[in-house]
Design a protein around this ligand. Structure first.
Ligand code: HEC
Ligand code: HEC
Ligand code: HEC
Ligand code: HEC
Ligand code: HEC
Ligand code: HEC
Length: 494
């Protein structure tokens, strides 16, 4: 290839772009540009369902385009240095009176503007892509499968991951991209922990995430909720509780301050110290009331002073810690399936059998699904085949939605802090053991009606006899004694 050419005025001038490195760079740029347009058209006509097309179009091809440009420039620099040794380079003079120069300048300007426009669109699309649910949930498929699957079934299935995990603001955006880059690396090299640990240390406080949509001052008042359960007897007898939950509110301008949402950091501030990583053991709690008075509650065994830097201010996520990724326990999942009519109670002891097979530990999903089929076919050999097939399909569906052996993610790894039946939840503090320093005030467990009244309980007709004053809890069987934590016995498997 010649590096010199004749110009009109006869003097020789080297062409800096004409060297192997720059040519190679140009080839890459053209190739990347071509594949970008192809991918872009694919996305335009085939929809945005596939995140990989987006990644190739807006991350990989622009990266190659940049690489190509860099190579071209490097080639020019290298060539210039080479020629300098043999020639004296004429200084670059732009003479606008010459039509040729004007033409070239216009071409250069158009190219620059075009390139800048393309990169602007490109980076905007890249931004959109990395913020999308597809990118967060599907690209790192095996790692995020548990969170993605549970998310898709929850009340926030239409809320993008970034709304809760990143929230608004430029600094958090940058922080998230930095930690995101590490996560991509961790995924590629399988350096992530199983299960993904919670609570997430750098999750932002609820004011910046949940409260962007949920108004903390809202007055909810009473919420009536019927929880359907079934016993492990032959008929899987129903045992339901109709609760009136005193959710209340925390803003005096909206309604009386009190009830469950009293904690919400609007007028009162609740801080606590947790002895374990998962915040399941809470020996020390401090309340700053709206009038400025302070009460400290602690358990008897807690000694010494707390480290102020380790305190956490209670917010929505201390109770609603599974708003998007609720891993149901076998007991809860089977209860729901029977209540919805998806599991047939005429199959003898279906509650017990389904729950038992789900509680076993499996190495892989395939092993679990095969085992469910095997157990049911054996146990229900004398039952109509169609009914059994439906039961197998339903229990397998429960497994697929709530159990992820590859990531060791299921109800055992992720406690749910709403309520108190299968995990300590509210009873982490309200357990009769937390007393104020003068011993006058106690966070009570035994006064069940602090939080809810039981309007009706049992099954069939009993559920229709509503008692607006509330009735004492009648635990099925006679195992339960007042004062026990429910989670001492109920661990998800009963
Ligand atoms: C409604 C808010 C919300 C949305 C939407 C949401 N998350 Fe979460 N996510 C949470 C909360 C709250 C936690 C638990 C935090 C804690 O306990 O510290 C969590 C935890 C996680 C964890 C840690 C493991 C675990 O299960 O606790 C991962 C991973 C995760 N989310 C990924 C995602 C992905 C991917 C999406 C989108 C597909 C998503 N999240 C959407 C609120 C949300
Ligand atoms: C982008 C908006 C948005 C964000 C952010 C958000 N939510 Fe929600 N949330 C909603 C919407 C919308 C619903 C109602 C869904 C429906 O009724 O179908 C909802 C419903 C709920 C419910 C009622 C669930 C139920 O079962 O009925 C709770 C509790 C809740 N959100 C808590 C949270 C918490 C905690 C966070 C923060 C981790 C959060 N939300 C963040 C929009 C949001
Ligand atoms: C002390 C624990 C606790 C805290 C803190 C808390 N909640 Fe709740 N919240 C509950 C309970 C319990 C319910 C009753 C419904 C249930 O059991 O699912 C509820 C119900 C709700 C509902 C559903 C209301 C309805 O109409 O059904 C929403 C939405 C909600 N909370 C949002 C929030 C938000 C947002 C915050 C933070 C600003 C918050 N909660 C803080 C315990 C709490
Ligand atoms: C971190 C400890 C902690 C946890 C967890 C906790 N609470 Fe509380 N709760 C408190 C404290 C402290 C008080 C205030 C006692 C006082 O008045 O000094 C309180 C008060 C209450 C009150 C009475 C409010 C009023 O009307 O004065 C209700 C109702 C309540 N909690 C419900 C719940 C429910 C339901 C849960 C679980 C979803 C829960 N709490 C979880 C610490 C906690
Ligand atoms: C600190 C508040 C609080 C106290 C005290 C409390 N509960 Fe609850 N309880 C809750 C909440 C919140 C739920 C709702 C959980 C949900 O949304 O499913 C609940 C749910 C229940 C349920 C339905 C559980 C299920 O999933 O089957 C029963 C039964 C119940 N409580 C009984 C009691 C009894 C009995 C006591 C007294 C020994 C008591 N509770 C004390 C807050 C409380
Ligand atoms: C001493 C152990 C023990 C304690 C403590 C206990 N339970 Fe139970 N509970 C049982 C047993 C055993 C059964 C029967 C299981 C069966 O037949 O399916 C049961 C059954 C139930 C059922 C119906 C079956 C189901 O789906 O779980 C509910 C609801 C229930 N208990 C709620 C509670 C609540 C709420 C508390 C705390 C206030 C509590 N239990 C405390 C042992 C206990």
């Amino acid at each position: 290839m010649s590096t010199e050419s004749q110009t009109t005025n006869g003097r020789s001038r080297p062409k800096l772009l004409q060297n192997w490195i720059s040519m190679f760079g140009l080839l890459i740029v053209v190739g990347a540009l071509f594949s970008f347009f192809l991918l872009w058209l694919t996305e335009l006509f085939m929809g945005t369902g596939n995140p990989y097309v987006g990644i190739l179009a807006y991350v990989v091809s622009p990266a190659f385009m940049m690489l190509g440009f860099a190579l071209m420039l490097y080639g020019v620099w290298w060539e210039r240095r080479r020629i300098r040794r043999t020639h004296r380079l004429r200084p670059l003079i732009i003479d606008l009176t010459q039509a040729r120069h004007r033409q070239r300048l216009i071409i250069a300007a158009v190219c620059t503007v075009g390139f800048m426009l393309l990169s602007a669109i490109g980076s905007y699309q890249t931004f959109h892509l990395t913020e999308s649910v597809e990118f967060c949930g599907k690209v790192c498929h095996s790692v995020m499968e548990p969170e993605m699957t549970t998310y898709e079934q929850g009340p926030h299935a239409r809320v993008a991951c970034v709304e809760c995990h990143i929230g608004p603001g430029a600094t958090w955006f940058v922080k998230s991209k930095l930690s995101g880059a590490y996560q991509v690396y961790a995924t590629l090299f399988e350096k992530y922990p199983r299960p993904v640990p919670t609570p997430i240390k750098n999750l932002r406080p609820a004011q910046d995430t949940c409260e962007q949509c949920h108004w903390p001052a809202a007055f909810v008042g009473d919420v009536v909720k019927t929880v359907h359960s079934y016993l492990t007897d032959e008929n899987s007898t129903e045992y339901a509780v109709k609760l009136e939950l005193k959710v209340g509110g925390a803003d005096p301008n909206r309604g009386p301050v009190g009830g469950i949402h009293w904690h919400m950091n609007v007028a009162n501030k609740v801080e606590y110290y947790a002895a374990d990583e998962q915040r399941q053991e809470i020996p020390w709690v401090r309340v700053t009331h709206s009038d400025g008075s302070v009460t400290v509650y602690k358990t008897e065994d807690f000694e010494g002073e707390v480290d102020e830097s380790k305190l956490r201010v209670m917010d929505c996520m201390d109770c609603h810690n599974r708003p998007a990724h609720n891993f149901l326990s076998p007991n809860k999942a089977v209860n729901n399936a029977i209540a919805l009519g998806r599991l047939d109670r005429s199959l003898p002891s279906i509650k017990e059998k389904a729950m038992t097979v789900l509680c076993e530990e499996y190495e892989t999903k395939e092993e679990a699904l095969a085992r469910i089929e095997e157990v049911f076919k054996e146990e229900y050999a004398d039952q109509p085949a169609e009914k059994v097939a439906q039961a197998i399909a339903e229990v397998q569906a429960i497994y697929r939605k709530n159990f992820f052996p590859g990531m060791k993610a299921d109800w055992r790894a992720y406690p749910n802090n709403i309520g108190h039946k299968e995990w300590p939840g509210c009873f982490r503090c309200h357990d009769d053991l937390h007393q104020s320093e003068d011993g006058e005030k106690v966070l009570e467990l035994s006064r069940c009606d602090t939080c809810h009244i039981i309007l009706a309980q049992g099954s069939g007709e009993e559920l229709e006899k509503l008692d607006s004053k509330g009735q004492p809890f009648k635990h099925p069987g006679d195992e339960y004694e007042m004062g026990w934590l429910c989670s001492d016995c109920h661990s998800g498997g009963i």
